[in-house]
Design a protein around this ligand. Structure first.
Ligand code: ADP
Length: 675
């Protein structure tokens, strides 16, 4: 019936998959962006590091040039000095002054020495140490012999091998040969400190930008010896120095380490932007996800409420459908049926939602038991809360329904009529049967009581009547026997005797009329009954004067009646007719008996006479017991006849015969077996 609340609807699945797809698209975009940014940073860094590398290479070349230029100048100076000394142009004081100032100016020439061919130092400048100390310090220096001999042989200046002093510092010596005329007169040597050379010969900017390390061919440092160990990945560049001595290299170590983040500001900006974007995306994603979850939750709640609504509706319909009462709701405005329960659809096939309720309701008529005007009910002039109840008969099925209708507000706000139809056929039929039985009981008991009264009367009165007759008879006989009696007395006595005889006759007639017996209703041919009764009466001597023409409907159905009772009724009506026509000449005493079928399932028997007619005064009490206009009448005939006919569910009526006389009519029900 209802889908479990946990299973999302197809719609929900679609949303979830869209959500997932969106998620992946955005993630990929973010990934591409991040990779792109990293690549960008990497390329920028690479570019910058290449820039720096080319800069350091350029700087190294500049530094080398600067050093080489200074050394060239120094060589030139020393070579010139050697020439001047060979030509003996200086006094020793002048030599000291020039060389001292040169050494001090250069900043890296620690000593300038005048050395004789026998390697003896004869002068030195600047005179920081005494000549004795200088001479002693030079003792271990073995390269001077080679230098001296090379310069002597080649007449060219030369450099020594770099060497290390006792203090651990590295030096190199430059020797320029002195020739006095053509005689080799020793050399002028300049001792150059590598450390100071680096400090002074390199341009000032080089020191602010780099740490400069001079290294031997085997890699050992010749300046800044204690810090020769250089951190890995440091920002550095090494170039071989093209100096006139053996292979040295110059290493420039950058003031800042090389990094992949060369431009911190740019990188940080990019990174910050990326981070911001990532953060934005993540928070957006969070929001989106929360929204999606809220939507899913809302959907779930919606689905749950839909399913609970459906359950409620199902419950409601199940209850309505299992009712034994037909229920429908129709719109007040246009009578359209909005709802019909299963019972209604079963009971009245063809009725369905959307139809006109009025057409359906027209199939009903007010039942005999109806208590309210049906028209008002069906007009639907109901206001909310008002209930109309009526008992209706369904024309097609002949079943009875108790209809209750009331105005209600339908679920969408429209005014509607809620109508229930409960089948009360059984009750109505039971009521009918009960009523019929009641009527029958009443009639029978009345009949019985009339019969009983009549026979009791006959019995009780017959005795005294017989006694009176005997006494009167005896008295008359005695009076006649005595022969003295007055003829008038005898005449009166004879009249009394006649009256007594008449009273006895009346009583026996009543007793004959209403015999105390159970009525026996059968299927009888009414035409036959009429014919026999008329013949009986015509054969009666007293009635010879009455003609009874019959007008019988030969196609009449049989009736359901007690033959003897109906004969008595017809006999009584014909006798009354004859008596009413007593004053007419015998040829005109005609009572027509006509039989005919009526539309309401009854057969009528009509007796037409041309008698005295019934005055309006008499008409009001015609059926009252003991009402008679005849001197010898008893006034019980019509009363008993009506009881007998009503016992048969018929009616006994009379009307004036046009042109004089009266028409009496009684009806009897057609035998149902014939219908
Ligand atoms: P009864 O015949 O003994 O008088 P009924 O009950 O038969 O008693 O009749 C009651 C009265 O109704 C009669 O006395 C008579 O006046 C009147 N009546 C009955 N039948 C007719 C008729 N066919 N024409 C005129 N009057 C009639």
């Amino acid at each position: 019936m209802a889908r479990p609340a946990s299973a999302p609807a197809p719609d929900q699945w679609r949303r979830v998959s869209t959500f997932a797809r969106d998620w992946y698209v955005q993630e990929w975009l973010l990934l591409f962006f991040a990779v792109g940014m990293l690549l960008f940073i990497y390329l920028v860094a690479k570019h910058e590091s290449e820039l720096e590398r080319s800069e350091i290479v350029r700087d190294a070349a500049l530094i080398e040039q600067s050093i080489a230029r200074r050394l060239d100048a120094d060589q030139l100076f020393l070579d010139r000095l050697a020439l001047d000394l060979g030509e003996d142009r200086f006094s020793p004081q002048e030599f000291d002054r020039i060389t001292s100032s040169r050494a001090i100016e250069s900043g890296y020439i620690t000593e300038i020495l005048r050395i004789k061919p026998n390697l003896d130092v004869v002068r030195h400048a600047p005179a920081i140490n005494s000549l004795e100390i200088v001479r002693r310090n030079r003792a271990p220096f073995g390269d001077q012999i080679r230098m001296s001999s090379i310069t002597e042989k080649t007449s060219k200046s030369t450099y020594s091998q770099p060497f290390r002093s006792d203090s651990g510092r590295f030096f190199i010596e430059y020797a320029a040969p002195i020739f006095s005329q053509t005689r080799f007169d020793g050399t002028i040597n300049a001792v150059i400190s590598f450390e100071l050379l680096m400090q002074r010969a390199a341009p000032d900017w080089a020191h602010t930008k780099y740490r400069l390390i001079l290294r031997d061919s085997d890699g050992s440092g010749m300046t800044d010896a204690e810090q020769v160990q250089i951190e890995e990945n440091s920002y550095q560049h090494t170039i071989p120095l093209s100096l006139p001595w053996r292979d040295l290299s110059l290493t420039l170590i950058g003031a800042k380490p090389p990094t992949l983040l060369p431009n911190l500001t740019l990188s940080s900006a990019v990174i910050a932007l990326t981070a911001l974007m990532v953060w934005t995306l993540i928070s957006l994603r969070k929001q989106q996800r929360m929204r999606q979850l809220a939507e899913i939750e809302r959907d779930r709640v919606y689905m749950r409420s839909i399913s609970s609504l459906k359950e409620t509706n199902d419950r409601f319909e199940t209850v309505l459908d299992s009712l034994d009462v037909s229920v429908y709701v129709s719109e007040l405005a246009n009578n359209q049926i909005l709802f019909a329960n299963a019972r209604l659809r079963e009971t009245f096939p063809g009725v369905s939602v959307g139809q006109d309720a009025r057409a359906f309701e027209d199939g009903f008529v007010a039942a005999p038991t109806a208590r309210y005007p049906t028209a008002q009910l069906l007009r639907g002039e109901a206001m909310p809360g008002e209930v109309f109840i009526d008992e209706l008969e369904h024309r097609a099925s002949h079943r009875f329904f108790l209809m209750r209708t009331r105005a209600v507000r339908w679920v969408d706000g429209r005014m509607a009529r809620l109508t229930t139809l409960g089948d009360v056929t059984d009750r109505v039929q039971a009521e009918r049967i009960r009523q019929a039985q009641q009527e029958k009981l009443t009639r029978t008991s009345r009949l019985m009581s009339i019969g009983e009264i009549a026979s009791t009367l006959a019995h009780e009165i017959n005795q005294p009547l017989a006694a009176i007759a005997n006494y009167v008879n005896g008295s008359i006989r005695r009076l006649r026997g005595s022969g003295t009696a007055d003829a008038a007395v005898i005449g009166a006595m004879e009249k009394a005797e006649a009256q007594v005889a008449r009273a006895g006759a009346i009583i026996s007639r009543v007793r004959d009329f209403v015999r105390t017996r159970e009525p026996e209703r059968r299927r009888i041919d009414i035409n036959e009954l009429v014919t026999e009764t008329a013949r009986l009466l015509e054969s009666d001597e007293e009635s010879r004067a009455l003609a009874i023409p019959l007008e019988l409907d030969r196609s009449l159905p049989h009736v359901f009646a007690d033959k003897i009772m109906i004969e008595q009724v017809l006999l009584n009506l014909l006798r009354n007719a004859r008596e009413a026509m007593q004053h007419l000449p015998s040829a005109k005493r005609i009572a027509i008996v006509r039989t005919e079928q009526r539309g309401d399932g009854m057969v009528a028997v009509r007796v037409f006479d041309r008698g005295s007619g019934i005055s309006p005064d008499a008409a009001t009490q015609l059926f009252s017991p003991f009402f008679t206009t005849k001197s010898e009448g008893m006034g019980m005939g019509l009363n008993i006849c009506r009881s007998l006919i009503e016992y048969h569910e018929g009616r006994l009526t009379f009307e004036d015969n046009t042109g004089g006389g009266t028409i009496f009519q009684f009806t009897l029900p057609i035998d149902e077996g014939q219908e």
